[in-house]
Design a protein around this ligand. Structure first.
Ligand code: SF4
Length: 62
């Protein structure tokens, strides 16, 4: 699975990072990004939970 943060939608709530820091990181201003766009199978459920909890629906999983 691949993960991406849509920078145009992200408002910096940091929920992605709180839920799944293995996949999501925050920049100096608190906006989300991905540590590695390729999500390992064992982290897929956590990455999905983070995406479901993003208030801006800024996380794209494919
Ligand atoms: S939870 Fe969503 S809005 Fe918040 S930092 Fe992560 S991607 Fe951005």
């Amino acid at each position: 699975m691949k993960a991406e943060v849509d920078a145009a939608k992200c408002q910096g709530h940091a929920r992605c990072w709180e839920i799944c820091p293995e996949v999501f990181a925050l920049d100096e201003e608190g906006f989300g990004s991905v540590v590695d766009p390729e999500v390992p199978v064992e982290l897929e459920a956590k990455a999905r939970e983070a995406a479901d909890n993003c208030p801006e629906r800024a996380i794209v999983l494919a």
